[in-house]
Design a protein around this ligand. Structure first.
Ligand SMILES: [Zn+2]
Length: 190
């Protein structure tokens, strides 16, 4: 019991609030476990309370290649530019930048009447790939926005997915245009 009292009540309460916010946004257990210091049992109980169901089991299935498909790349780039702005310019902590950035991303999808492609766990995994130097931001030579790319991909004279949609992407062109509007604004602010 005494070991559990090492952390202050305030710190503990803050972690509970953070856990609730992450669960509401759709985080999987792996995200909670790596971001917060609450016991696994408590996080499972919080998860059940917030979601009304047990957390899904199993590994996170994502690879860095997922972010390279056309539409996922536009959404990932929008989220990551927002995340970086919040972290570097607005001086948010990693966790605040993740939750606030993800909420802004959802808001942006709602405004532009686009289905969100990136879930919270994928957004979190994206940040991990950047931290692990697996991904980088590459400037688009047409719009100047920065998009998500593999670490060793070309850095010059490359065009982002929003500027160069695949020919069969007609239906989602509107979504791309809407996402594109936002990216340079954020990039300029940064
Ligand atoms: Zn572009």
């Amino acid at each position: 019991m005494t070991a559990m009292l090492k952390r202050s009540l305030t710190e503990d309460a803050q972690d509970v609030f953070r856990a609730i916010a992450l669960i509401e946004l759709g985080a999987r257990m792996q995200v909670l476990e790596s971001e917060l210091t609450l016991s696994r049992d408590r996080m499972i109980r919080l998860y059940r309370e917030v979601k009304g169901v047990s957390p899904p089991k199993g590994m996170l299935p994502f690879s860095a290649d997922w972010y390279m498909t056309w539409l996922a790349n536009i959404h990932a780039s929008l989220f990551y530019n927002t995340y970086l702005f919040l972290k570097n310019e607005a001086r948010c902590s990693h966790l605040d930048a993740l939750t606030k950035g993800y909420r802004l991303y959802l808001e942006h999808c709602r405004h532009s009447e686009t289905e969100p492609v990136l879930d919270l766990t994928r957004a979190w995994t994206l940040v991990r790939f950047f931290d692990a130097d697996i991904l980088q931001l590459t400037p688009c030579c047409r719009c100047g926005g920065k998009f998500v790319a593999h670490k060793h991909d070309l850095q010059q004279n490359v065009v982002c997915g929003a500027c160069q949609p695949p020919s069969r992407a007609g239906k989602t062109k509107k979504a791309a245009a809407a996402a594109k509007q936002e990216v340079p604004t954020i990039a300029e602010a940064a």
